[in-house]
Design a protein. Structure first.
Length: 452
C-alpha cells in the first residue's frame, strides 16, 4: 500500500521557487501519445505535446498524467527528455467513453496523489489541468499539495450546447456543473482567445482577474509552404486539380457535411469542374452523429460526388503538412471551435482557409488576408467563398503564412510560465483571502497532528 501522509502546512510558502521546476499536467481522457485526428484525440493533445516540449526546453520538467487505455502501455513513458507520461489505472482499459469517466475520477485522483506522496513535499510546483475532467482532479490535488491549479477548458459545454449541429448530442448537465466548479476553484483560467475568456466570465462567472488569454501556437518548422507540386505527387492528386481539404475528427460539430454540400454546389454551377475537383477529408470518426464513416460516404453518394471525394485516415504531422500544401483551399466549416489549430497549420503551409466565423476561428484566420470567414453554414455561401479564395490563392498564400507566423508555441509556453509564476507568487504571498487563511490554518493544524 503506498504511503499516505496528512495534509501539509502551507508555510513556508516563501521557500517555494519563483519559477516552476516541475509541472504536473493532467490530461485524464486523452493521451499526448495518441495520434490526433480520431476519437478524443485532437487539438488538446497537440497542445499538451507542444507546450510540454517547450517547457522542458526551458528546463521545466513536465509529468503528464493520463488514463491508461490499454494493458500494453508501460506505466511511465519518456516522451522527450524532460517530459514524462504517466499512465494511470482508473477503470477498465477499454470500453469506456468520455462520458463514463466522471465515475473514474476518484480512482484517477487517488493514483495522482499516491504518485506525489512518493516524493518529498514540494515535488510539483504547479498543476495544469486540461478539460474539465482533469480540472476536477486538479482541484483536489491543488488543495492537498498547496500548489496553484492552472486550468485550460479547451471546450465549454454551455458554448457547445448553444451551437449544436444536427445529430449532435447535447453535453450533459453534470459536465456543466463540473466546469462551473473547476472555474470557481482554479487559481488561473487559460483561454485560447479573448472570446473564450469572455465566455468564461459571462457564462461561468469566472473572475476576470484570474482569467488570461494565451493563444496557442503552430509548429512553423513542420508546417511550411514547401513544394506544392511535389506535395501533390506525394498525396496523389493531379497537378491541375482544384483541391479542397478538410482535416479533423469526423463529427457533426466539425461540419464536414457542409464541405460536401458546397462541393456539390460548385459542380452544379460548373459541371466542367468535375474532371479537376478533388475533395480530401482527412481524419476519423469521433463521438456521435457522423461517427460512422459510411454516413459521410453515403452523403457523398447521395450528392452524386463520390468520384471527387477521398477519405484519408488520420495522418502524422509531416504527412499532414503535405496534404495542406497540396490543397488550394482548406475548409473549416465548424459549428464551434475553441480555436482551430487546423486553420493555423494550413496557413503555415501557405494554404488559405475558408472558415466559419465562430469561436476562435476569427482569431485563427485573418479575414480577407489569409482566407475568408463565412457567417452561418449555408453551403452556397461556402461554395462562393471557396471559389473566391481559390481564384486569389497566390495572393492570399503569403498572407496566410504571415498570419500563422504571428503564433508560436514558444510564446504560448512563455506565457504559461508567467501564469504559473504569478499563481505561485500569489499563493505564497502574505496577502491571502480570508477563505485561504482559514484553509491554511486547517492545514497547519492537520499537519501538526491535530486532525488525526
Ligand atoms: N490532426 C492530425 N492528424 C490528422 C487530423 C488532425 O495530427 O489526421 C491534428 C491537427 O494537426 C490539429 C489537431 O489534430 O493540430 C486538431 O486540432 P483542432 O484545434 O483543429 O481541432 P480539435 O481536435 O481541437 O477540435
Amino acid at each position: 500500500m503506498p504511503a499516505r501522509r496528512p495534509l501539509r502546512p502551507v508555510a513556508p510558502w516563501t521557500a517555494r521557487p519563483m519559477l516552476p521546476r516541475r509541472v504536473a499536467t493532467l490530461s485524464v481522457h486523452t493521451s499526448p501519445l495518441d495520434q490526433p485526428g480520431a476519437g478524443d484525440a485532437g487539438g488538446m493533445n497537440v497542445y499538451v505535446v507542444e507546450v510540454s516540449r517547450r517547457l522542458a526546453a526551458r528546463g521545466i520538467a513536465v509529468e503528464v498524467f493520463t488514463r491508461a487505455t490499454s494493458s500494453d502501455l508501460p506505466p511511465v513513458v519518456e516522451m522527450v527528455p524532460g517530459v514524462t507520461v504517466r499512465h494511470v489505472s482508473a477503470g477498465p482499459f477499454e470500453g469506456l467513453g468520455k462520458h463514463d469517466l466522471p465515475a473514474q475520477l476518484c480512482a484517477f485522483t487517488a493514483a495522482v496523489l499516491r504518485e506525489e506522496a512518493r516524493h518529498e513535499p514540494g515535488f510539483y510546483d504547479v498543476l495544469h489541468s486540461h478539460y474539465w475532467l482533469s480540472g476536477q482532479v486538479g482541484w483536489l490535488a491543488r488543495d492537498r499539495w498547496g500548489v496553484p491549479l492552472v486550468h485550460s477548458a479547451h471546450t465549454l459545454a454551455k458554448v457547445k450546447n448553444a451551437a449544436l449541429a444536427d445529430g449532435d448530442a447535447p453535453e450533459p448537465m453534470a459536465r456543466v456543473i463540473g466546469e462551473e466548479q473547476v472555474v470557481a476553484e482554479a487559481d488561473r483560467l487559460v483561454a485560447n482567445t479573448a472570446e473564450e475568456a469572455r465566455q468564461l466570465v459571462r457564462w461561468y462567472g469566472a473572475d476576470p482577474a484570474r482569467t488570461l488569454v494565451v493563444p496557442p501556437g503552430v509548429d512553423l518548422a513542420t508546417f511550411t509552404p514547401g513544394d506544392r507540386a511535389a506535395a501533390r505527387r506525394t498525396v496523389g492528386v493531379p497537378e491541375d486539380a482544384l483541391v479542397l481539404l478538410f482535416v479533423g475528427r469526423i463529427q457533426p460539430l466539425k461540419a464536414p457535411d457542409v464541405l460536401l454540400h458546397a462541393a456539390a454546389r460548385l459542380l452544379a454551377d460548373e459541371p466542367a469542374l468535375r474532371s479537376r475537383l478533388q475533395v480530401l477529408v482527412v481524419g476519423a470518426p469521433s463521438g456521435s452523429g457522423l461517427a460512422e464513416p459510411r454516413q459521410l460516404q453515403e452523403l457523398a453518394a447521395s450528392l452524386g460526388i463520390t468520384d471527387v471525394v477521398r477519405f484519408v485516415p488520420p495522418q502524422a504531422a509531416g504527412a499532414l503538412a503535405d496534404h495542406y500544401r497540396a490543397a488550394d483551399v482548406a475548409v473549416v466549416p465548424s459549428h464551434n471551435e475553441s480555436f482551430g489549430l487546423v486553420a493555423l497549420e494550413a496557413q503555415a503551409c501557405g494554404t488559405p482557409v475558408v472558415a466559419a466565423a465562430v469561436g476562435g476561428l476569427p482569431t485563427a484566420v485573418a479575414d480577407g488576408v489569409s482566407g475568408v470567414l463565412v457567417d452561418g453554414h449555408d453551403p452556397a455561401d461556402y461554395a462562393a467563398a471557396i471559389r473566391k479564395v481559390a481564384e486569389r490563392r497566390d495572393e492570399l498564400s503569403p498572407g496566410a503564412r504571415r498570419h500563422a507566423e504571428s503564433f508560436s508555441w514558444d510564446r504560448t509556453a512563455g506565457s504559461l510560465v508567467e501564469a504559473y509564476a504569478a499563481a505561485m507568487a500569489e499563493m505564497g504571498s502574505a496577502v491571502r483571502s480570508p477563505r485561504d487563511r482559514v484553509r491554511d490554518a486547517v492545514r497547519a493544524f492537520s499537519a501538526g497532528g491535530g486532525a488525526r
